[in-house]
Design a protein around this ligand. Structure first.
Ligand SMILES: NC(=O)c1ccc[n+]([C@@H]2O[C@H](COP(=O)([O-])OP(=O)(O)OC[C@H]3O[C@@H](n4cnc5c(N)ncnc54)[C@H](OP(=O)(O)O)[C@@H]3O)[C@@H](O)[C@H]2O)c1
Length: 327
């Protein structure tokens, strides 16, 4: 059993703990919150979980891995302190504000013999692997990815009293760093790292993007990416090949994928639904944590994806003139 610690007590942390426990490979052992009351309330559903409001004390707890789901800009400091204290870390996406921070954490983890994971859940889905296998004998000539969802933080943004962390550049917010990450991971996982990337964004007065349209440039083909936090989109995503089009109902939590060839014949890809939307990543991380030497290649692959995504996202932000405090 992996002894799990948690930093940050938002709904995503509860959701990750739920998924981790479902895998039967983790125990929840300790939680850090800025307030003890916050930590106590977070742990209501589980017995014997230690609660902390001092990071230094939390890091002294005997843990196998710490899941970090604080606001984006705090991931770096939290991960750095955790690794220096001798812990492996799973960091929510986007793991860090920029590729420089990511490279520093990867190097630190390596020097301390610790593991770092970015919790980019979509590439761990069964459908992602199925699609990769399906595309293996096809020539990709383009793709169109879309992920727009009316944010639960929109009312607070519109009210204008307190800027939500999600739309704050001090917290490395914005849509590309939120929903955009899933599309960048999809593209990097299926097609590799793009040669270049562009982003045309609707930038809020706070300095981060509320929505935007991007292009990932693979030389002889392009991948369009669209994300927004102020409306819902019901469009599917598509991958174009020389022999037909693969239609995905979504770019994250894919439930259906069908290939329509040039004559209009349809072939359905069977995608196994996950027990929980964070279950597959929790299983993959546990596999590597339990056997780091045997899983070295799988770990390196995850690092390569993380670096490619961070570099692409940074390039896109630069093009859109979005500069974080952390940059
Ligand atoms: N994989 C997914 O599906 C998914 C979904 C949603 C979010 N996320 C990621 O999860 C992370 C957290 O997102 P979120 O929406 O939960 O963020 P959030 O509500 O802004 O903050 C998360 C937690 O961090 C702590 N926190 C909040 N403001 C803070 C501050 N100013 N200083 C220090 N700590 C603070 C709070 O915990 P305490 O009060 O206990 O300290 C809070 O519950 C982000 O990186 C986000 O991108 C991932």
């Amino acid at each position: 059993m992996l002894k799990l610690g948690v930093i940050g007590t938002g709904w995503i942390s509860s959701s990750f703990v739920e998924a981790a426990l479902l895998t039967k490979q983790y125990d929840i052992d300790a939680v850090y919150s800025r307030t003890l009351a916050g930590a106590v309330s977070f742990t209501e559903d589980w017995d014997h979980v230690a609660v902390y409001n001092e990071l230094g004390e939390f890091f002294q707890h005997d843990l196998d891995v710490i899941y970090i789901a604080s606001p984006n800009s705090l991931h770096f400091e939290h991960a750095k302190l955790a690794i220096e204290a001798g812990h492996n870390v799973i960091v929510e996406k986007p793991a860090f504000s920029n590729p420089k921070e990511l490279a520093e954490i990867i190097a630190l983890a390596e020097s301390k013999g610790k593991l770092f994971f970015e919790a980019a859940r979509n590439i761990h889905e069964d459908a992602y692997k199925k699609i990769k296998d399906f595309l293996a004998d096809k020539e990709v000539i383009g793709a169109d990815f879309t992920y727009s969802k009316y944010s639960s933080k929109m009312p607070a943004l519109l009210e204008g009293k307190k800027l939500p962390n999600k739309f704050n550049k001090a917290f490395s917010g914005g849509l590309l760093a939120d929903l955009g990450v899933y599309m960048l991971y999809g593209s990097v996982y299926w097609f590799g790292k793009p040669d270049s990337a562009y982003y045309n964004a609707v930038v809020l007065p706070s300095g981060v993007d509320l929505s935007g349209v991007g292009c990932l440039d693979y030389g002889n083909y392009k991948v369009a990416v669209k994300n927004a936090g102020n409306f819902n989109s019901y469009l599917p995503s598509e991958i174009y090949t020389t022999t037909g089009t693969l239609v995905l109902d979504a770019i994250s939590e894919i439930k259906s994928a069908k290939f329509i060839d040039l004559e209009g014949n349809e072939e359905k890809l069977v995608c196994k639904p996950a027990k929980h939307n964070l279950y597959d990543e929790a299983v993959d991380f546990a596999g590597i944590l339990n056997d780091p030497a045997g899983q070295q290649a799988a770990y390196q692959e995850l690092m390569d994806y993380a670096l490619a995504v961070a570099e692409t996202s940074y390039k896109m932000r630069e093009r859109a003139g979005i500069v974080y405090d952390a940059d």
